[in-house]
Design a protein around this ligand. Structure first.
Ligand code: PGA
Length: 256
């Protein structure tokens, strides 16, 4: 099964208008970018205030606009929050949901993340469901039960036949922003574990369509080794995505 590979840049709480303009400018001058659309899906997840200019700046480039978070309700008294329809209005196509920084710094529960996934899909956008174990959970042998719970609760409100509409991002928390990337073998093993759960629940046809990207300290030096694994359908890239040249080098490892 040939799954189209997916690459997402996650700027987190970084960047400015000037930085975004310079980044896009650099990309426009990069020859390889023109061929991305033939084989890979690429997205840029910006902080909320940059989405509007991001939408304009990305015109004509094979990159989709993405957001890093969303509120699960459609509207209401939620000061400081942003709902799915507001993101649609800004031209957002994908939304990162359940990033470990949301889970651990902002206390988002598995159940709440499941509601966010449903809200994003209902609005016609693509949720990227992030899951991953902490170092402590791995060291105490609890990785797979944790991943399974996050997967099942994250997809709890979605009919099984629609699961492939929700790409998964396996992001071990100990690898995020630490420079301590998972080995290709370890990442592929957990991806296969997750695909196995999808297969056992929804059938192998669905599981074969399910995209699972890896995230956690991906950079131009380690990307090719990870991309060589057929289980790894792309990357969610934080730190290295802030530099357009490094991001392009990572993209090249996914182009077939
Ligand atoms: P990193 O972040 O690439 O800086 O480790 C990945 C992520 O948090 O999505």
């Amino acid at each position: 099964m040939n799954r189209r590979r997916l690459l997402i840049a996650n700027w987190k709480m970084n960047g400015s208008r000037a930085q975004l303009e310079a980044w896009v400018d650099r990309l426009r001058r990069c020859e390889a970018v023109r061929h991305w659309g033939d084989t890979i899906d690429v997205a840029l997840a910006l902080p909320f205030p940059l989405l509007t200019i991001g939408n304009t700046a990305l015109k004509g480039l094979p990159l989709q606009l993405a957001a890093q978070n969303v509120h699960e309700e459609a509207a209401g008294a939620y000061t400081g929050e942003v709902c799915a329809s507001m993101l649609v209005d800004e031209g957002v196509m994908l939304v990162i949901v359940g990033h470990s920084e949301r889970r651990h710094q902002f206390g988002e529960s598995d159940e709440r993340i499941g509601r966010k996934v449903a809200a994003v899909l209902a609005a016609g956008m693509t949720p990227i469901l992030c899951i991953g174990e902490t170092e402590q959970q791995r060291d105490s042998g609890r990785t797979q039960p944790i991943l399974e719970a996050q997967l099942r609760k994250g997809l709890a409100l979605i009919p099984e036949r629609r699961w492939p509409a929700v790409p998964l991002a396996y992001e071990p928390v100990w690898a995020i922003g630490t420079g301590k990337v998972a080995t290709p073998e370890l990442a592929a093993e957990e991806h296969a574990f997750l695909r196995g759960i999808v297969a056992a629940t929804a059938g192998s046809d669905i599981a074969n369509q399910q995209r699972i990207v890896y995230g956690g300290s991906v950079d131009p030096r380690n990307a090719a080794g990870l991309a060589a694994k057929t289980e790894i359908d792309g990357f969610l890239v934080g730190g290295a995505s802030l530099d357009a040249d490094r991001f392009c080098s990572i993209a090249e490892t996914l182009v077939v």
